[in-house]
Design a protein around this ligand. Structure first.
Ligand SMILES: [Zn+2]
Length: 291
């Protein structure tokens, strides 16, 4: 038997599946998870419970839509495949039927900027796609549209999907988006929530560029999301800050750098549509592919 490639990443995919069920953002095997590899991606197999899933059952697919091995990929492989082709920044994809996201998706409503955290998905809303049957190219097409300039969307009468720069980040975002869906549902029960204006959200989106980062993590040109308090033990910095405070110039001394503007990625054009939910062609390592 040849050595199993990507064993560590396969294990990480299984751990993500178990974590999303433990976190209450998915039920049973209805969700699916994938991670990018060179020339393709790894995806959860169809219909195998996460607690029994083994690394060798995780399916490898290429970016021409074929798969390797004896296990069929998730029936939703098309959405993962199209994301990895169209969104170069995506390193991982998590799709779940999270309760509150799914409930909102059945009303076909997008989540508006009722809370500033909506910015974690990259825009002023989390859109809801149109409806299309599961596993179809039509679903994948409408999903890509709803995901434009965003890293998460609702899928009409179905669930949610999100992308991340790692499996950990995609799972984190899944939990954040489900939390927002829950909060929005409760806020609507109390009447009509006040929606933040585009101007208010512009500030939030600029700040989200470095949200949750430590000073050491900042890239050139990036500023901290929120002005930090003065550091007391900074070498040579104490006296200057203390002096400035006394003379009432604290605000000037701690003047924040201008915040960077969020730049969204241009999605590449997706492949021509296929309309049926047929299986992807199985690839053979020894023979040329028949796709
Ligand atoms: Zn689904």
């Amino acid at each position: 038997m040849p050595k199993l490639k990507h064993r560590k990443l396969r294990k990480e995919i299984i751990a993500t599946c178990r974590a999303m069920n433990a976190a209450g953002v998915n039920q049973g095997t209805s969700g699916n998870v994938s991670a990018r590899i060179d020339g393709g991606f790894l995806i959860t197999p169809s219909g195998i419970p996460y607690d029994r899933m083994k690394p060798e059952q995780i399916v490898e697919m290429d970016l021409a839509g074929g798969y390797y091995g004896k296990f069929l990929p998730s029936s939703e492989w098309r959405m993962h495949y199209d994301i990895f082709r169209a969104r170069s920044e995506a390193q991982a994809v998590v799709h779940t039927h999270a309760i509150y996201c799914t409930a909102l998706s059945c009303q076909r409503v997008e989540i508006p900027a009722f809370h500033y955290m909506i910015g974690v998905a990259g825009g002023t809303t989390i859109r809801c796609s149109d409806y299309a049957a599961f596993g179809t190219q039509a679903l994948s097409d409408t999903m890509l549209k709803a995901l434009e300039d965003r890293s998460a969307c609702l899928l009409a009468n179905h669930g949610m999907i999100c992308i991340g720069s790692s499996l950990k980040k995609a799972l984190w975002l899944t939990i954040e988006v489900e939390t927002l869906a829950k909060q929005f549902t409760h806020a609507r029960q109390n009447g009509k929530p006040v929606i933040l204006s585009d101007d208010e959200m512009k500030t939030v989106l600029a700040r989200f560029k470095s949200y949750g980062k430590q000073a050491a993590d900042l890239k050139p040109g990036e500023a901290l999301a929120v002005e930090p308090p003065p550091r007391r033990d900074a070498p040579g910095g104490n006296k200057i800050k203390a002096k400035a405070m006394k003379s009432g110039k604290a605000a000037k001394a701690a003047k924040p750098q201008p915040l960077a503007v969020v730049v969204t990625d241009d999605a590449a054009a997706p492949e021509p549509a296929e309309t049926t939910n047929k299986r992807p062609p199985r690839r053979s390592r020894s023979k040329p592919a028949a796709a």
